[in-house]
Design a protein around this ligand. Structure first.
Ligand code: NAD
Length: 393
């Protein structure tokens, strides 16, 4: 449940509040990790940039989760990583013998970190093998795939969580609570820009620029953070979408995917979101929320670390003093705690499906040069992260 500190608004957060946060942080650090054999065993599928740079390091220090297996198409790389992580050779799987994980009791959770179009197949195979699944964003490249993943999880009676790390990130959580507390007044306008320059020569970007593997361009990769943030900051769902795209098809990066997309969401409260994404503009992961009384600025708002959040009143900026954590470690610990029955599911498959549907609506509107698309299909998130995830773990 939210702790005493997290209920306060940050505008009110004085020296005393900051001291209390520091105390909570110190207490969290002293909270013991589970014994190794009590930790939930994770298999990581796909050993690319995110797995090597963030996920495997996060599993080294997680309190409830640990790495027990890897799945890769590159045996040499898998052996090198397994050796470095102290895993035995029989904990290395290829995509061909992946289904044998069903007979491996060490593995309880499978973390899918593959190109987007592969998420559905590897999630469903893991669920059929009786494993819980944590799947990277975007959940899938089609609505049908996302729905099939949810159906498979229900049929297998296993958990399916989508890796929305911002749902567990202290600054985003503190900001959500600011909005819920009324510190901004009535939310009016949400603005978000999420994109960067993509590079065809980088193998990690090459598939992101290939519609077959990525589904969409910057929208599914970066724009999804803005779509999701609009929804979790405002705590409501868009009822209408309009979007426009601008893509130079002579640019070799954009043979199959869109480049610049600007979209608008209209929310039931009357709030409006202006969003943009691109794989051909200066890097940004920012969002801003104008309320009647104050403005909340997050720039960057969704980086792995170093996010800067401020409350703004006219020209006066007050930085939000919230501690940094390892977002990946915390997200995996949350999944482990969901599996242990110690935490509620906050980012289920349905939450991923909602973004996949909104991405499709944005693409559909852009294809019709901004034609309005109704999105009031009745989705409502089951659990508000701000209500259940403490700012400090
Ligand atoms: P990456 O290209 O670095 O890694 C992908 C891995 O998949 C590689 O090891 C590659 O060998 C393997 N792979 C298997 N089949 C492949 C194929 N047909 N084509 C290309 N690669 C293939 O990508 P990444 O940056 O690690 O991203 C992986 C997933 O994680 C994506 O879904 C991405 O959206 C997501 N992601 C999430 C975050 C986050 O902050 N949550 C950050 C980065 C990436």
């Amino acid at each position: 449940m939210p702790n005493e500190i997290s209920r306060r608004t940050l505008i009110e957060m004085s020296v005393a509040g900051a001291a209390a946060l520091a105390a909570a942080e110190a207490q969290a650090k002293s909270r013991p990790a589970l014994a190794k054999d009590q930790k939930i065993g994770f298999a990581v599928v796909g050993l690319g940039k995110l797995s090597q740079g963030q996920i495997i390091p996060g599993l080294r220090t997680a309190r409830s989760a640990r790495l027990v297996a890897v799945v890769s198409g590159h045996r040499d790389k898998a052996e090198r990583i397994a050796a470095a992580e102290g895993l035995p050779k029989d904990a290395i799987y290829s995509y061909d013998d992946y289904d044998r994980i069903a007979q491996d009791p060490r593995i309880q959770v499978v973390y899918i970190v593959l190109p987007n179009a592969m998420h559905a197949e590897y999630t469903i195979r893991a669920l059929k093998a009786g494993k819980h699944v944590l799947c990277e964003k975007p959940m899938a490249t089609t609505i049908a795939d996302a729905e099939a993943m949810i159906t498979a999880a229900k049929a297998a009676d296993r958990k399916l969580m989508i890796a929305y790390r911002c749902h567990y990130e202290p600054k985003n959580l503190a900001a959500m609570r600011q909005v819920r507390s009324g510190a901004l007044g009535k939310p009016r306008l949400f603005v978000t820009d999420m994109g960067r320059q993509a590079t065809l020569s980088d193998p990690s970007d090459a598939w992101r620029l290939d519609k077959k593997l990525a589904g969409s361009g910057g929208l599914g990769d970066m724009g999804i953070y803005g779509i999701n943030a609009a929804r979790y900051m405002l705590n409501e769902e868009p009822v209408e979408v309009r979007a426009w795209a601008n893509t130079d098809r002579n640019d070799p990066r954009f043979k199959t995917v869109d480049d610049l997309i600007a979209w608008q969401f209209r929310f039931p409260s009357g709030a409006i979101c202006n969003g943009s994404t691109s794989f051909n503009y200066n890097a940004t992961m920012s969002f801003e929320l104008w309320g009647e009384k104050a403005r909340l600025r997050a720039d960057p708002g969704a980086f792995y670390g170093g996010n800067k959040f401020a409350m703004v009143d006219g020209g006066k900026f007050t930085d939000m003093d919230v501690p940094e954590i390892d977002q990946f470690e915390r997200e995996m610990d949350w999944m482990a705690d969901v599996v242990r029955g110690k935490a509620p599911m906050v980012s289920p498959g349905e939450e991923g499906l909602q973004d996949v549907r909104l991405i499709q609506a944005i693409l559909d509107s852009a294809a019709k040069n901004g034609a309005p698309i109704r999105t009031d299909w009745g989705y409502k998130r089951a659990v508000d992260p701000a209500a259940v995830v403490d700012i400090v773990a």
